[in-house]
Design a protein around this ligand. Structure first.
Ligand code: NI
Length: 275
């Protein structure tokens, strides 16, 4: 039994209702799954809010809150499978939302490999890695449970998943540095970051658990990085897909990576008007 109720409040002088509320079950045609949907179109206060939850998993598959004038199109919605992550889109605005989604994905721009780093550049990158745990902590400070469970973009990880992903990724990074410094051109083990982000710990634990982990981990890692000579940064590891990679390349990658994910959260807060 599936139900959906709609409520429209109208001012007789105007054509469109000034308030529309839709709540209940909504069939997602492509997957045949009934989603829980809540939508408010508040024309009087220029506000649009939509929340879609998959009742099987309790996962928020879509959450959008913004001024109505910034929300384009209320077409029938559908899910799209994208690299194993469900993304929810409005059909009428597929193109504009795709281009917006790509911006939201790279708030500080895409990563570019750097080489032949001088002492000063290495120092800057190591400082960025040193600052990452405190910056991430500042980004999530004061957010409530509901905000922590909000995806940073449609179809993206929730705020707390982003924090746990940073710990997952940087634990692997630290091990890679240690291996490359202690073995000759070791072959590293890639990991499936999407699946790591879906295990119970990464989905459900409060961010504090990973923030504490990052404090300790970066404490070890930064001490290691600051002890490394120019020659150490030219040491090599083998990645099964990328081939050989120097540690100086990885230094740039992880300095970018911490800022990249922190910006996902600070940008979301700004868009949502969260303090
Ligand atoms: Ni990442």
């Amino acid at each position: 039994m599936h139900d959906k109720i709609g409520l429209k409040a109208r001012d007789l002088k105007r054509k469109k209702p000034f308030l529309e509320v839709i709540s209940g079950d909504d069939l997602h045609r492509k997957s045949g799954v009934w989603m829980k949907i809540d939508r408010v179109i508040d024309r009087a206060r220029n506000w649009y809010r939509e929340m879609v939850v998959d009742p099987r998993t309790g996962k928020v598959v879509h959450h959008c809150e913004e001024p109505l004038t910034q929300h384009h199109g209320h077409g029938s919605a559908r899910l799209k499978e994208n690299a194993g992550v469900s993304a929810y889109r409005q059909t009428k605005t597929q193109e504009s939302e795709d281009s917006m989604a790509s911006d939201l994905r790279y708030p500080i721009g895409k990563f570019q490999w750097e080489e032949n780093l001088n002492d000063e550049r290495r120092r800057v990158l190591i400082d960025q890695i040193a600052e990452t745990p405190a910056k991430m902590r500042a980004a999530v400070m004061g957010l409530n449970e509901k905000q922590l469970e909000t995806p940073y973009r449609e179809g993206g990880w929730t705020v707390q998943q982003v924090v746990h992903h940073l710990a997952d990724s940087h634990m692997n990074a630290y091990v890679r540095f240690k291996l490359a410094l202690t073995e000759k051109e070791p072959t590293i083990k890639p990991y499936d970051q999407e699946r790591w982000a879906e295990t119970a710990d990464a989905r459900t634990l409060p961010p504090e658990v990973s923030l504490t982990l990052l404090d300790s981990l970066h404490g070890r890692w930064v001490t290691l990085l600051r002890s490394m000579t120019k020659q150490d940064f030219l040491r090599i590891l083998r990645h099964p897909e990328l081939g050989t990679v120097t540690l100086e390349r990885y230094l740039g990658l992880y300095a970018w990576h911490g800022r990249h994910h922190t910006a996902h959260i600070t940008e979301l807060k700004q868009r949502m008007g969260w303090k």
